[in-house]
Design a protein around this ligand. Structure first.
Ligand SMILES: Cc1cc2nc3c(=O)[nH]c(=O)nc-3n(C[C@H](O)[C@H](O)[C@H](O)COP(=O)(O)OP(=O)(O)OC[C@H]3O[C@@H](n4cnc5c(N)ncnc54)[C@H](O)[C@@H]3O)c2cc1C
Length: 494
């Protein structure tokens, strides 16, 4: 009973932690011998923070970062702002924090849970049969094989695992190079994401909160610069000067790179006993800062399902629901980031209309709510299989509910963990919590007081925080069926 996770980026670490927490024997294979010192993602969105809270990591991460409650954009002299603070989440902001810090906290969790991280181990071959998967692994000592029941490719955009299972990575490259740098500025900018959108490109300047800013610069006039040419402070400042109309200038630069962004998605997230997650499954433009976040959310969706398979109680449809649920989210994320990217780097008539059209779109409540929901991750719901007992709200993300347990105030997220279902029973006689007892460690049943969504008095929350079922305790026949559908046959009556 074992899983190998290939890659110790944020996706692999989150997933391996969840598997280990569920008691699964899991190992991480990582090609790099050392930690990467590359700063990549800098934005952690509300849904990721909610998931990290359930894993006991959010508070520490928030302490290390800097919260941005507003997204402001300027098209030359015209501008608009989006208020993130109205998100229905306890994290109504974008947390600016370097990816390395998120990874450190996730790594500490897997280390605490005893997961081996084998460094300097590159996966170069894969075969699978009905019983398991065999990987060929190259290390400094040579090549050897490793075998597991399941393998997850969390090995990034150029995933070897994806190639070895023959899954096409469909999409294409953007044509414009992006310059990225960490800079100190001559002048101050507001505590916001700070995009500047100009005729021939854009600059994004989110703060890290410690005096440093991340400059993401998409300059069409520098399109022809070779990717290998280092980004100098002079080049960056020339672009910033033009794109921000002289408002921003880098005084100091500690790191920079030039890269070509792509928009691609794996056609499948599962082939037999091999699954893909994170950048191995989808890559898109860095606008919106959604890459790492989508990977963390993939991991949260997959971990408990794969653990259920490994522990031998997963219903037959459960593992396939990973692709069914997460592929559409990946596709929607690609579409959103692609639309925004095209708008930002648009040419000709679209460019001329942009300063007028975009603020109007953003002012439309429905549009801005939908975009904020996707960007923050809290707006995604899953379509559940038709064969399940349905209920109002099934598949929705559950917000952090205020509850009372034994008279003491608490919150739903404080009751949850990454691997068990949480059944909240607010009915007067606690019949649902009693009915869930045979499922033992798979379902954490809690009698509580408080208002549940959709007027229900019982809520069954999946380990990834989405509603499995909600309804009235009086329909407890349904509840037994629901629990069996989701958590398998109750161990006590096997
Ligand atoms: C410049 C830049 C800025 C970005 N900004 C943001 C942002 O603000 N917000 C955001 O959410 N996202 C952002 N992203 C995207 C984000 O960095 C990625 O989405 C995220 O790192 C993906 O995590 P992952 O774990 O899926 O893959 P990775 O972080 O790429 O990790 C994959 C791991 O697998 C290992 N590996 C690869 N091949 C093998 C192999 N064959 N065998 C063993 N190990 C292997 C690699 O060494 C690596 O450690 C940015 C990306 C870039 C490049």
């Amino acid at each position: 009973m074992s899983v190998i996770v290939v890659g110790s980026g944020p996706t692999g670490l989150m997933l391996a932690g969840d598997l280990a927490e569920a008691g699964v024997d899991v190992t991480i294979l990582e090609r790099r011998a050392e930690e990467s010192n590359l700063t990549r993602a800098f934005a952690v969105h509300a849904r990721s923070l909610e998931l990290l809270e359930v894993r006991g990591i959010a508070d520490e991460l928030v302490e290390q970062g800097f919260t941005v409650p507003e997204l402001r954009a300027s098209f030359g002299t015209r501008g608009f702002s989006v208020d993130i603070s109205r998100l229905d989440s306890r994290y109504p902001y974008v947390l600016m924090v370097q990816q390395a810090r998120t990874e450190i906290l996730l790594r500490r969790r897997v280390e605490r849970l005893g997961v081996p991280i084998v460094r300097g181990a590159e996966v170069i071959g894969l075969t699978q049969d009905g019983d398991g998967v065999t990987l060929t692994v190259r290390t400094a000592e040579g090549e050897h094989t490793e075998r597991a029941d399941h393998v997850v490719g969390a090995d990034g955009a150029h995933s070897a695992v994806r190639g070895l299972i023959g899954v096409p990575f469909t999409g294409r490259r953007y044509q414009t190079h992006i310059m990225i740098a960490d800079v100190r500025l001559d002048n101050d900018l507001p505590n916001a994401v700070n995009p500047f959108i100009a005729a021939d490109g854009f600059a994004l300047l989110p703060p890290f909160g410690d005096g440093w800013f991340r400059a993401v610069v998409w300059d069409r006039t520098r399109e022809e610069a070779p990717l290998t040419e280092p980004v100098t402070k002079g080049e960056l400042n020339a672009s910033l000067d033009r794109l921000t109309r002289g408002r921003v200038r880098a005084a100091e630069m500690r790191w920079s790179t030039r890269f070509l962004s792509e928009r691609r998605q794996a056609e499948h997230y599962r082939v037999g006993r091999v699954l893909l997650a994170g950048d191995a499954a989808h890559v898109h433009s860095p606008i919106g800062g959604m890459g790492m976040n989508t990977g963390l959310q993939d991991a949260a969706n997959l971990g408990w399902k794969l653990a259920a398979v490994e522990r031998g109680w997963a219903p037959s449809w459960l593992l396939d629901s990973y692709e069914a649920e997460r592929h559409p989210v990946g596709r929607a994320t690609l579409r959103l980031t692609d639309t925004v990217t095209r708008m930002v780097v648009a040419s000709g008539p679209v460019r001329a209309l942009r300063p007028y059209v975009v603020p109007r779109l953003v002012a439309n409540e429905r549009v801005s709510r939908a975009v904020l929901g996707m960007m923050s991750g809290i707006g995604f719901s899953y379509d559940l299989p038709d064969t399940l007992v349905g209920s109002t709200g099934a598949g929705e993300r559950v917000p952090d509910l205020d509850l009372r347990v034994d008279g003491a105030p608490t919150r739903l997220f404080a009751l949850m963990d990454a691997v068990r279902f949480t059944l909240v029973d607010t009915s007067p006689n606690g019949a649902a919590a009693t009915a869930a007892e045979p499922w033992g460690e798979r379902v954490h049943a809690v009698r509580a007081e408080g208002a549940l969504p959709h007027g229900a008095d019982v809520l069954l929350v999946r380990p990834d925080g989405h509603t499995a079922w909600s309804g009235r305790a009086s329909g407890s026949d349904d509840l037994t069926r629901v629990l069996t559908e989701w958590a398998g046959t109750a161990p006590a009556i096997r």
